[in-house]
Design a protein around this ligand. Sequence first.
Ligand code: ZN
Ligand code: ZN
Length: 349
Amino acid sequence: MKAVVYKGKGKIALENRPVPKIQDDRDAIIKVTLTTICSSDIHIKHGAVPRAVPGTILGHEFVGRVVETGSAVKKINPGDRVSVNVETFCGECFFCKRGFVNNCTDPDGGWALGCRIDGGQAEYVRIPFADNGLTVIPDHVSDEQALFNGDILSTGYWAAKIGEINPADTVAVIGAGPAGLCTMMCARLYTPARIIVIDTDEYRLNLSKEKGLADITLIPGRDDPEKVIKELTDGRGADTVFEVAGGTDTFQTAWKIARPNAVVVVVAMYEEAQELPLPDMYGKNLVFKTGGVDGSYCREIMDLTACGKLDAGFLITHRCALNDIMNAYDIFENKKDHVIKYAVNVKGE
Ligand SMILES: [Zn+2]
Ligand SMILES: [Zn+2]
């Protein structure tokens, strides 16, 4: 089968690999129908994810059909159309029992797919702990609507949940990329008075406004986010800040635009260390919460998708076949052609 393989820092390739087999009785084998590229794949390619193992098939955001299940799998059956959770988790360890599945202590637990174990930029993939990591897609939800359920939509949902947003709050989101857009979409569920988004990309800002995800858009350089947000909030600052950009100075913006006692959720995955200037922020009494996602709410997110409360399908701006995925990587990595997300069609190969 065809698969995208991480070859070590700076290198990925589309190669032929054997079709995976069941290794444990809690595994399932999925025939991938639609897959996508995530900015985390780009971080791996850059060598910025130390735990990524060279030789691993990339891809942790995809949907497909179950073709085989191990004897201990109870909730999932061959033939089921499923979305896949970015995290594989045992469901039994200290962290899993508390919903903190990102820190599952099993060797295959946490974010392993497409990083430490073979992922879903491939025709087939083996999913450990299939009962925990697969979500059956209702018939009236399309593959494209379900594609982001387990990763970026889970990320936005988790971020909004831990952001402690109250009705009529002012929420600021730094970064209008795919994860930022999902964060805004999920923050809306908590009915804040306004969502302010900050990005340098005008196309993405317009998209967030067009889709009703943001009320106010700010461009650093043109606007002074700290000043504007303080003016909008009687001099206080934002009640919750989501840092979803991971730029060189965006962490600094995040704590500066937050009001005293605000929650600052750091969703971004940085490629470099960040400075925490404690003397400057002394007395602001901020609460920082940091990523990665605990993908514990996939069923809930699918239900919200099924009833029309969430719909991330609009993020798909580009489509291609698996054979053309290397070109898609180039467009996605270099943010060409206003790309937000790719839907890479695997089934038609
Ligand atoms: Zn991802
Ligand atoms: Zn666990």
